[in-house]
Design a protein around this ligand. Structure first.
Ligand code: TYD
Ligand code: MG
Length: 463
């Protein structure tokens, strides 16, 4: 009888390897995430990443910091300042960057445009697609604009071929679209499986560090099926960016989730147009552009994502429930947080919300759960409940505690500055933030210490 093939079980979420099947992954605690895959047959040492250079047989000598050469500051721009920001100031040579996101969100389009910008700056770029034919790429490229000759395209999925070509052509930047379509011949499982994705990334990591090529890897986020999610790649790459947004809306947010060369949580905002992605340099204006003044239940608040303040519209609709069990929904923010704020409004302010349905929405489809949005959500609910509109020249922010107190939040100055810049005339904020705040415009700053006071401050507005 033929000997059974050597297989192992891998967690689809984090890549944890185990000899037997587990219901729950011991490493990342995901349930039902184990799949069986052949283990990789490897010659000794193959697939291991060497981050330095050394001749065989010679042991590396540890170096002190002063002995390590970094070269001059060599970051360069992607041609999109929004993307440069998220990367921490441009592309770091020889880095491995994972761009994740739902299918159809615009990853290929973004990277094609980045390739175009880089090649227009005279850099050698190779765009390798395993998902689209060269003809399809050309059709997309024609929508996006003019291309120079520095940019090569390749439709290829065999990683051994790709790696030969990268060694020979030696571009400065390469794009692999997507990691789920490439495969290594010596790994027996299908493209997109856990072991293929992991081993392929290993090869790309070696190429990036060994040859000094910056490689962008596209990864689709998929929860089930045989396709491995890019979650387990996060450990291996230098930078992880997620491209998100409401597919039905045209804006897209690029979020830095991990960055070895800069801060995380920075975001970049783009809009998908008929000629590809366009940067949105002033997201506040964009996010509140649909705001209708004079309707109740709508409040403008300010979130700080990374280092950037952004105005948002919180909408609430509160109406009497027809059933014994009130319905509540929260789109774009934490459902439990909304329930908690409603309980605070009921108990501390006396609104009879337990008899009401409530629907809360962050307009524009952004997903946020910053505590500073609390006061905006609470005031939107109270405004809808009492059917009294809030002035559209009033900005509200603050964290709400369980006893109804309004707590100070970080980066209050930035939020106030953004309100001044956008022409607001009143800002309702935590009293704890008032001290030390510099008022650079003629905005009226109203410090409040609890929710009831905030509601009274709004009522004073309307007089
Ligand atoms: P794509 O980049 O193919 O997504 P991904 O690589 O993340 O799967 O984006 C495809 C979507 O973008 C598709 O719905 C069409 C739309 N699109 C535009 O609206 N304008 C454009 O100029 C391009 C190229 C695509
Ligand atoms: Mg694509």
């Amino acid at each position: 009888m033929a000997k059974a093939k050597a297989t192992s079980f891998f967690c689809k979420e984090c890549g944890y390897e185990s000899a037997k099947w587990n219901g729950q992954c011991p490493a990342c605690k995901a349930w039902n995430s184990f799949v069986e895959a052949p283990t990789v047959k490897e010659e000794k040492g193959a697939g291991r990443v060497s981050l330095g250079t050394r001749s065989p047989g010679q042991l590396p000598v540890p170096k002190t910091l002063s002995e390590i050469e970094t070269g001059e500051e060599s970051r360069y721009s992607t041609g999109f300042s929004e993307l440069d920001n998220v990367l921490g100031g441009g592309i770091v040579p020889a880095s491995l960057i994972l761009v994740g996101g739902d299918p159809g969100i615009g990853k290929s389009t973004l990277l094609l445009q980045v390739c175009r910008n880089l090649s227009a700056d005279g850099r050698g770029v190779l765009y390798i697609s395993g998902e689209e034919s060269l003809r399809q790429i050309k059709l997309r490229a024609q929508r996006v604009g003019e291309f120079t000759e520095n940019l090569g395209f390749l439709a290829e999925t065999n990683l051994d071929t790709i790696s030969e070509i990268l060694k020979e052509r030696w571009p400065q930047v390469a794009v692999i679209d997507s990691i789920q379509t490439v495969y290594r011949e010596d790994v027996e499982s299908a493209p997109g499986s856990v072991s293929q994705v992991r081993e392929s990334t290993n090869v790309l990591l070696q190429l990036a560090k060994g040859l000094g090529i910056t490689i962008f890897i596209v990864g689709h986020v998929t929860k089930e099926g045989a396709v491995a999610g890019p979650r387990m790649l996060e450990h291996m790459v230098d930078t992880v960016l997620y491209f998100e947004g409401d597919k039905s809306a045209s804006y897209r947010v690029l979020r830095g989730v991990k960055n070895r060369f800069g801060s995380t949580n920075e975001i970049g905002v783009f809009e998908m147009c008929s000629e590809g992605l366009v940067q949105v340099p002033n997201p506040s204006e964009y996010m509140i552009s649909g705001h209708e003044s004079g309707s109740s239940g709508s409040v403008i608040t300010c979130a700080v994502e990374g280092s950037r303040p952004m105005l948002l519209e919180v909408q609430a609709l509160v109406c009497r429930t027809n059933f014994g069990m009130p319905r509540r929904t929260a789109a774009g923010t934490d459902y439990n947080r909304v329930n908690l704020l409603m309980a605070v409004l009921e108990k501390r302010v006396g609104l009879k919300l337990s008899e009401c349905d409530a629907y809360v929405n962050i307009a524009g489809g952004l997903r946020l759960s910053e505590p500073s949005l609390d006061l905006g959500i609470a005031l939107a609910i109270s405004s809808s409940y009492r059917d009294i509109p809030v002035s559209d020249r009033t900005l509200v922010f603050g964290e709400v505690g369980l006893s109804g107190e309004v707590r100070a939040v970080r980066q209050a100055q930035q939020r106030v500055n953004e309100a001044v810049k956008m022409g607001f005339d009143t800002c309702i904020l935590p009293r704890g933030n008032l001290r030390g705040l510099e008022n650079r415009g003629d905005i009226r700053l109203v410090g409040v210490s609890n929710v009831a006071e905030a509601i009274r401050a709004l009522a004073g507005d309307e007089k």
